[in-house]
Design a protein around this ligand. Structure first.
Ligand SMILES: [Zn+2]
Length: 267
């Protein structure tokens, strides 16, 4: 299955215009606030906030998807998860970026319209989308930041966990592995993993050094969020060569289980 199933319709996973239409409909239904923070090649980069977040509520959940355009399951999973939220879930501030790299999604490329990997540039306000994103986040704080990604080299799911709270990464992966099993390799994208999990237990200064040394000062969204805005940070990945419907279901499951851990979330 390489298409997205919506009701009785099939759409390409790279149909960005349809994704925007679906978010517009959902925001109107729920009274959520949609803000276009930037436009790239006439396509909108937008944020979605629920009522409590748009009124300044802090320490809820942040989720972003579509930073890499060749990873198309996350934006649809985020939409499905958002559609499934109940009134009770509205007690938790929620800020979503459904697709940070729209041109990448349309073109099915990792990079943006200028050939830039946004996920190595979250420190760089000279990139218009990043500058707008940084401005939008000013003064905000989150209990958890969740970044959804995919990996074409992976054979299973894996998770980067940066936590000041008690680590929960293993439990989160356990809740998803009936859909797609865990990555078995000890080395993923150049990092040491154990049973699909990489938990960094380092202080903030050491983490800055890691970014400067290993990533040549190119900041991923997850680490930037962790050091500036969020208590905990999770980056969840699915293998992008697997069937799309399975990848969407797995990201959605991850969002369901991780969001229940947000203490703002009602029991
Ligand atoms: Zn990615």
């Amino acid at each position: 299955m390489s298409a997205i199933v919506r009701g009785d319709r099939l759409r390409s996973g790279h149909d960005f215009h349809f994704l925007v239409e679906e978010w517009d409909r959902l925001c109107e239904d729920r009274g959520w606030k949609k803000t276009v923070i930037a436009e790239v090649d006439e396509l909108p980069v937008f944020a979605v906030e629920n009522g409590i977040a748009s009124e300044g509520g802090k320490d809820g959940i942040y989720v972003s998807a579509g930073v890499h355009g060749d990873e198309c399951a996350p934006p649809w999973a985020l939409l499905e998860w958002a559609e499934s939220l109940t009134e009770a879930d509205e007690g938790r501030p929620m800020l979503l970026f459904p697709c940070l790299n729209p041109v990448g999604i349309v073109d099915n490329t990792r990079m943006d319209q200028d050939g830039v990997d946004l996920n190595r540039n979250f420190q760089n306000p000279d990139i218009p989308v990043i500058g707008a994103w940084q401005e939008f986040l000013e003064g905000r704080s989150f209990q958890m930041a969740v970044n959804l990604h995919e990996d074409y080299d992976a054979t299973g799911i894996y998770l980067y966990e940066l936590a000041r709270s008690e680590p929960i990464g293993d439990k989160l992966l356990s809740a998803c592995e009936d859909l797609i099993r865990r990555e078995t390799s000890d080395l993923v994208d150049g990092s040491d993993f154990q049973n699909g999990l990489m938990q960094r237990e380092v202080d903030d200064e050491s983490l800055r050094e890691v970014v400067e040394r290993d990533l040549e000062g190119g900041w991923p969204e997850a680490i930037w969020l962790y050091l500036h805005y969020s208590k905990d940070s999770f980056t969840f990945e699915t293998p992008s060569e697997m069937a799309l419907d399975k990848r969407v279901a797995t990201h959605r499951r991850f969002l369901e289980v991780v969001s229940k851990r947000c203490t703002h979330c009602p029991e």
